[in-house]
Design a protein around this ligand. Structure first.
Ligand code: ZN
Length: 107
């Protein structure tokens, strides 16, 4: 990787339902398929969920420190993985907004 390549966070507009369907939720290396809740999936090795066969397009981590998230971003770059690393708080907030909307819809 060139020395000029640094992790810089950006803002994306994403379809939350698409994210939910193609998301791998990890701690450090291993995580859970957000679509079927299958556990123990490595984001480095698995491009698809071994259980429900969904393709992973997005990755998010429950790690809190920016330095730890940056390490994951570095790994994605080094391994040349086609995963978009998204912010867990943003994802949670987007999901929460959806469920509030759903609540109103039911009334
Ligand atoms: Zn799955």
């Amino acid at each position: 990787m060139s020395e000029n390549m640094k992790p810089i966070r950006g803002w994306l507009y994403l379809d939350v339902s698409d994210v939910k369907k193609h998301l791998l939720l990890i701690e450090d290396i291993y995580g859970m398929c957000a679509n079927c809740k299958h556990l123990g999936i490595s984001y480095i090795k698995e491009k698809k969920c071994p259980n429900c066969n969904t393709e992973f397009k997005y990755l998010t981590s429950s790690l809190k420190k920016d330095a730890e998230i940056a390490q994951i971003a570095g790994r994605i770059k080094r391994e040349n993985l086609s995963l978009v690393l998204i912010d867990k708080n943003d994802y949670d907030r987007a999901g929460a907004k959806d469920s509030i909307h759903d609540l109103f819809k039911q009334k």
